[in-house]
Design a binder for this molecule. Structure first.
Ligand code: UD1
Ligand code: CA
Length: 454
């Protein structure tokens, strides 16, 4: 039986931010949300991690639903041992408590599983790592048999102990009944005057309770975020990991160092992504999809064969097979492109369906519109969907042809086969195959004298 405690009371002064540190982001997601999501994967349904909050606790709590986390306040930060002690009333006596940190966001599920596998009701396990430069961390002390006997903090360590490279990541799994015995016994008689969680290790050794250890697959899993440099470094490490994983699954990335995924990406075969593409939210790319440079794709599905040219933004859209988008296109939420549709440069589409093979190639705004198949929309065409108070829909029937620079004033319905003369302002419904033309008649005045300078 597993319970999880996440320490998140710290202020994070070095971030120099008004936001609590654990609400800063990596890969577009708050640090604490990473940890909570991973914790949820380990917990049985119906249980939630206990988060120890303190600094700006309202902002932290507001980031989660009450089902997702149980919170407990640590009013004064008296050390990691004191922090975990606040959570004790929420922990089950016969459970093992896994202790995580809200500012160590990228710990992976498999690593925690292997750590927890090293414990039972009468042994504990510490996640450790060997660092070439262990400065600042608690060091693992082992006896001549190699058994862990204590953790000593850098500030309390002797010169000799400071040469030890194996460090305490802080993450450990401890039977709850032992935590309940040991935490109230901790003293703060040390260099920092804090109640150290790490002091329980010496207590375990003194009682002949076995202390096991496990190591993470990647060092970045146990790296914390204390300042903007560490945040950026961890972001890059994580993005490099994601890019590598995606490439091993067949994604063709033009440059893995210039690719960012801030969400979840799935893809089929032969997908190619050019430089500086940002993926956000949930995105799926079908067979042979190509994304040009500098595109942002958010919460969208792009079906097989679709090509997105440079500098396009696709948000909340459903793109069917073999569409062509961009360069410089913007598809906003609720956009649906049917098969073979084309949306070209400087075109904005919102809450609209672009029918099979229909084309909106240049400089248009299509909002709240249902467009049939085989429609051609000329350059500069606008759906006037908003009267300043309400939004209205425009319907354009199959095989219509909208001349350039037309304004379609919604609500309006153009029947199939409508032709709109260029420069028209259309306010009335048309019948099948009508020509609608609504523009001032041209007058020519012959022999016109231009004004001259006085
Ligand atoms: C701790 C470990 C150290 C380990 C290091 C790994 C102790 C005594 N030391 O040191 O062995 O190598 O982590 O990074 O545990 N926190 C609270 N309330 C408190 C104190 C801390 O919520 O009263 C939270 C902090 O917000 C932070 C985390 O616990 O997220 C770690 O606390 P910190 O004081 O930074 O511990 P370290 O000195 O880094
Ligand atoms: Ca720290």
């Amino acid at each position: 039986m597993l319970d999880i405690v996440i320490l998140a009371a710290g202020k994070g002064t070095r971030m120099r931010s008004s936001k609590p540190k654990v609400m800063q982001t990596i890969a577009g997601k708050p640090l604490l949300r990473h940890v909570v999501d991973t914790a949820q994967q380990l917990l049985t349904a119906g249980t939630s991690p206990t988060v120890v909050v303190g600094f700006a606790k309202e902002q932290v709590i507001a980031g989660f639903t009450s089902n997702e986390i149980t919170t407990v306040e640590q009013r004064e930060q008296l050390g990691t041992g004191h922090a975990v002690a606040q959570a004790l009333p929420y922990l089950r006596d016969d459970a093992v408590a896994l202790i995580l940190y809200g500012d160590v966001p990228l710990i992976q599920k498999q690593t925690l599983e292997s750590l927890v596998a090293q414990t039972d009701s009468n042994s504990l396990a510490v996640l450790t790592v060997n660092l070439p430069n262990p400065k600042g961390y608690g060091r693992m002390l082992r006896n001549s048999a190699g058994n862990i006997i204590a953790i000593v903090e850098e500030k309390d360590a002797t010169q000799q102990q400071r040469t030890i490279n194996e460090i305490n990541t802080g993450i450990m799994a401890v039977p709850v009944h032992l935590l309940k015995k040991w935490l109230p016994e901790l003293s703060c008689d040390n260099a920092q005057g804090e109640y150290y969680l790490t002091d329980i290790i010496a207590k375990a050794a003194a009682e002949n309770i076995v202390v096991n250890s496990a190591q993470p697959e990647f060092v970045w899993e146990v790296e914390g975020v204390n300042d903007r440099r560490q945040q950026a470094a961890l972001e890059r490490a994580y993005q490099a990991y994601l890019a590598d994983k995606f490439m091993s699954e067949g994604l063709a990335l033009q440059d893995p160092a210039r690719f960012d995924c801030r969400g979840s990406l799935s893809f089929d075969q032969d997908v190619e992504i050019d430089i500086n593409v940002v993926i956000e939210g949930k995105v799926h790319l079908g067979d042979g999809v190509r994304l040009g440079p500098n595109c942002v794709i958010r919460n969208s599905t792009l079906a097989a064969g679709t090509v997105v040219e440079a500098n396009s933004i696709i948000d909340g859209a459903q793109i069917n097979e073999s569409c062509t988008i961009g360069p410089y296109a913007r598809l906003r939420p609720g956009s649906v492109l049917q098969k073979n549709a084309k949306v070209g440069n400087f075109v904005e589409v919102k809450k609209s369906v672009i029918g099979v093979g229909s084309k909106v190639n240049h400089l248009s705004y299509i909002g709240d519109c249902t467009m049939g198949d085989g429609v051609n929309v000329g350059a500069g065409t606008i759906t006037c969907n908003y009267d300043g108070v309400n939004k209205f829909r425009t319907e354009i029937g199959d095989n219509s042809f909208i001349g350039s620079n037309s304004a379609l004033v919604a609500p309006v319905v153009l029947a199939a086969g409508t032709t709109v003369g260029a420069g028209s302002t259309i306010t009335r419904t048309t019948e099948i195959d009508d020509l609608a033309i609504a523009r001032a008649k041209q007058r020519n005045i012959s022999g016109w004298q231009r004004p001259t300078k006085k």
